[in-house]
Design a protein. Structure first.
Length: 209
């Protein structure tokens, strides 16, 4: 069962704000995050692996799940879950790397992809972008909130909605059929201190309750 809020620790977005992923993740965990995805789209250096390893330790201590974006090998090494995009390793092959017990998620962007993904060995599916988003360089077409109820009926798997979702729109997205809402930008308060990040996570949990 996925928590209703799915926070994403995006290394590129944090770099723009001058914040370390571990600093950010620890504050989110203190605020009650039950799952974290480490999202990194560049080269996975030795230094970044060490950051991911430390993040895995923080997640274990907090009783939270860690999901690694794109990299089945890194996820397996960290005993973490994995989230795949449409252009990544197919879920059937990734499952051979991960084993049968680690969490596996898979992104979709339209009805055809969602229906096809339903037969994949993924524990949850993601759909988006629900709204316009600035977290991707070349985003897929906006799905729209009005299309979400019909899309949610296409799968029996938990469905994570992503893309431009804020605390103000979270409830509408959940009512439209999402099991969980993933968030990047609205996790980051204007002043990013440990206390403000922790409070923002608490606000998100309240918004999605």
């Amino acid at each position: 069962m996925l928590p209703r809020v799915y926070p994403i620790v995006d290394t590129a977005a944090l770099l723009e704000r001058g914040r370390d992923p571990l600093f950010f993740a620890e504050a989110l965990l203190e605020g009650g995050a039950q799952i974290l995805q480490l999202r990194h789209k560049g080269h996975f250096s030795r230094q970044l692996f060490e950051t991911a390893r430390q993040l895995a330790v923080l997640a274990i201590r907090a009783g939270a799940a860690l999901i690694v974006n794109d990299r089945a090998d890194i996820a397996a090494l960290l005993d973490a879950g994995l989230h795949l995009g449409q252009l990544d390793l197919p879920p059937t092959l990734a499952r051979r790397v991960l084993g049968g017990t680690r969490i596996l998620g898979f992104s979709t962007h339209n009805a055809a992809q969602l229906e096809q993904a339903n037969s994949e060995p993924a524990d949850y599916l993601a759909i988006g972008p629900i709204f316009a988003t600035g977290s991707k360089f070349n985003p897929d077409p906006v799905v729209g909130l009005e299309a979400l109820p019909a899309l949610a009926r296409l799968t029996s798997k938990p469905l994570v909605a992503i893309g431009g979702i804020t605390r103000d729109t979270a409830q509408a997205v959940l009512r439209a059929g999402a099991s969980s809402v993933a968030v990047i930008g609205d996790l980051m308060p204007e002043e990013m201190t440990r206390a403000t990040i922790r409070r923002r996570m608490e606000e998100w949990i309240q918004a999605a309750a």
